[in-house]
Write a protein that binds this ligand. Structure first.
Ligand code: ITT
Length: 197
């Protein structure tokens, strides 16, 4: 079964491939599928934005479509950057610029608790939709550590792994990450649906 991932973020595609390919799914990015669409993420929740992205690509193909909307929610910042995680330091800002802005905002905060949240939207070729969620808790460090991963990984210390996501191998991160958990919930739902058909 083909699954087209409605994203322009290749890191997300790589993480999703690593989880779904061994299960027999042919995972490809929208670019691999020759689909070029720019979607405005106007939703105020991760779930709404995941559906906006998935529906935009589903309109242009006959395959299953998967979209992820995710972000970092910091307790001392009342849940920010949240749905604005990608745009937190302005359009086109690099990961390093986003991290720098976060560390400046957090410099006087003693409460360092944060979580990554993902909502995944999955749309079947017949239009049926599934939305799942995953979360992982951790702490924001005072400086970046590690060079794997992407986004805020170097400053996100996972209490479960006892290291930052940027120090973790992809498999290790996938096992407990927000995206890994949302994908595993999706996989369970898909298995039930496929078994019942
Ligand atoms: P698409 O919308 O094209 O999927 P995007 O990168 O803009 O790609 P989002 O709108 O979902 O994706 O924004 C999520 C941002 O949150 C992302 O750019 C990172 O800065 C951050 N983020 C999400 N998951 C992350 C992870 O696993 N590790 C580190 N940062 C992450």
């Amino acid at each position: 079964m083909n699954i087209i991932v409605a994203t322009k973020n290749q890191n997300k595609v790589n993480e999703i491939k690593k989880i779904f390919a061994p299960l027999g799914f042919n995972v490809m990015s929208q670019e691999d599928a020759g689909i070029d669409v720019d979607v405005e993420e106007t939703g105020d929740t991760f779930a709404k934005n995941a559906l906006i992205k998935a529906r935009a690509v589903a309109m242009l193909c006959d395959d299953c479509v998967l979209a992820d909307d995710s972000g970092l929610c910091v307790e001392a910042l009342d849940g920010r950057p949240g749905v604005f995680s990608a745009r937190y330091a302005g359009p086109g800002a690099t990961d390093l610029e986003k991290i720098e802005k976060l560390l400046i905002e957090m410099q006087d905060k003693t409460n360092r608790k944060a979580k990554f949240v993902t909502n995944i939207a999955f749309i079947f070729p017949d239009g049926r939709e599934i939305v799942t969620q995953g979360e992982v808790s951790g702490k924001i460090l005072r400086e970046p550590v590690g060079s794997n991963g992407f986004g805020y990984d170097p400053v996100f210390y996972s209490t479960e792994l006892e290291k930052t996501f940027a120090q973790a191998e992809m498999d290790e991160k996938n096992r407990i990450s927000h995206r890994g958990r949302a994908l595993s919930a999706l996989y369970d739902e898909l298995k039930q649906i496929i078994n019942n058909e």
